[in-house]
Ligand binder design. Sequence first.
Ligand code: PEP
Ligand code: MN
Length: 362
Amino acid sequence: MPLKYRSLPELRRDIDTCNLELLSLVSKRAKLAISALQFRDKVTDDVFEPERQLEMLATLVKANQGPFSDDKIVSIFREIFQHILDLMSQERKTTLKVHRKQGDPDQIYEINGHKIGDQPIYIAGPCAIESEEQLDNVAKVLRQHGVIFLRGGAFKPRSSPYAFQGMGERGLKVLRDVAHRYGMVSVTEVMDPRSVEMVAAYADVLQVGTRNMYNYPLLRELGKINKPVLLKRGFSATLDEFLFAAEYIVAGGNYQVILCERGIRTFTKETRNTLDISSVPLLRKMTGCPVIVDVSHAAGRTDILEPLVAAAFAVGAKGVMIEVHPCPPVARSDADQQLTPEEFVKLKDNIHSYIMGNLPSD
Ligand code: PEP
Ligand code: MN
């Protein structure tokens, strides 16, 4: 039954008013949904609740008196709900504890008197700790050349269960002793939530590897300790997923998260992973956490590390991670991508020229 009007302009005035009322209602509806976020857990609760949505749609269908069919009503409201859910996800990101609010400064963590997040640093050392002699050989040279952060894996996440799995706790002791010997800060990976306490007893910075970025029990356990956590980006993780992984740690009360871009999987075969360099400035905008770049695992080769390090520093990385082994060809893991200590020193010396735009000729 058409509504009675004396003229089209008059009818159109009502249409315009109706549009404005719809706009005001849809905006109010969105604001209500956003307000509901305060009653939900930021990390664990999904903004989308299918049961609630079904319930709302059923109520609407029941109340529907035409002219739209029930199907159309469902389709219109689903569209509205989807846009509101998008807004809620967006809003939730801005309320995360890791989120950088406007004007927030860069975070700087202090470890045994050494800073991370301030001047760019190098984190270097072998892929895996293989022996005290091996680690000592590397650490000595690194320290002589101003490197403070010593890396080395005692628990290695290997694709094959038959490959060298690391020295375990014996490796942690070696790392602790060598780091103490040279006054260095130790960085090592932890894979199992049950080992967090033990690894934290030996090491200064605990690393979460790319495969474990989604290991939420591990992240929660790391939220309980009072040591920096170097969180690597999952090789297929979006930046949002990366941010939420960091939030798991921060939500537990440990704010000392270092984000590490280490390359993601793409179709490129020439490198082991593809270094997503744009993630560095993006993560720096999104969070106040120091962002570093692991060039070794990104490239999976040694011949392009210098430009990658230069690129990382150029886009604002607060550090780079580089694998260094006394004799890469016999390394028990990642033999193709480790530099010798001498090659590392050369790279470090050359970086300054790269940054100044004065590229050394090949
Ligand atoms: C590592 O740094 O030793 C390592 C295994 O790296 P990723 O987790 O990035 O592969
Ligand atoms: Mn490695």
